[in-house]
Design a protein around this ligand. Sequence first.
Ligand SMILES: [Zn+2]
Ligand SMILES: [Zn+2]
Length: 236
Amino acid sequence: MGLLDVCVPAHCTVCGAVHRYGDHPVCELLRGYALCPACRDACAPASAGNRCEVCSVPVPRFIRVCERCRREVFAFSRAVVMHRYSGVPERVVESFKFAPHKSLGRFVAEQLAPALVGSFTPPVTLVPVPSSLRSVRRRGFAGAVVIARELARLTGVPIEELLRSRHARSQKALSYEDRRANALASISLKAHRAVPHRIVLVDDVLTTGATADSCAERLIAGGAKDVCLLAYAIEY
Ligand SMILES: [Zn+2]
Ligand SMILES: [Zn+2]
């Protein structure tokens, strides 16, 4: 046990386990978060497997597009997602959003950076999915903006915060169609902004896809030719 362990005890930002400073890089501590080895291992990129070409959910071998994406046509052309929204990745997002540990946005961005570089050929522009003003007031920051800015810093990919979100009704009890209409009504393009042709929307979690789809629709109406999505986790 080192001197730091005795003098400055610390906990895993995600699970709360007491850890030893020797267990992870000092640079991580300087960034304001620390994951225990178990949480870090659980966030290692999942093995590729076969995934839906549109929304990234796992599908059986030889299937290219999942049942839902065959049924519904999204305005975004595909989504690249790292994790299923469960277990440790879910706790990472929950801690980031609700604890809140804003610094975990850096960890999420570090995890997403290789996927951004490996999945999208330049030139692309990052556009964060906007948070409503109410959520920004509650948390003190907009989650997707924090992640997208850090991604831009890490990879050099340009970022433009083109979208805004008015307060929307709670989405929880709504059907997909109602969620979609609700999301579309709340999202708009900021005035007098030129929209790049190829865009990668950035979000923390992809749930039904209604919000991302509405963002893509607004961007396409504003002049984008192709809109994709990069998200940390997906609910399914
Ligand atoms: Zn942990
Ligand atoms: Zn799909």
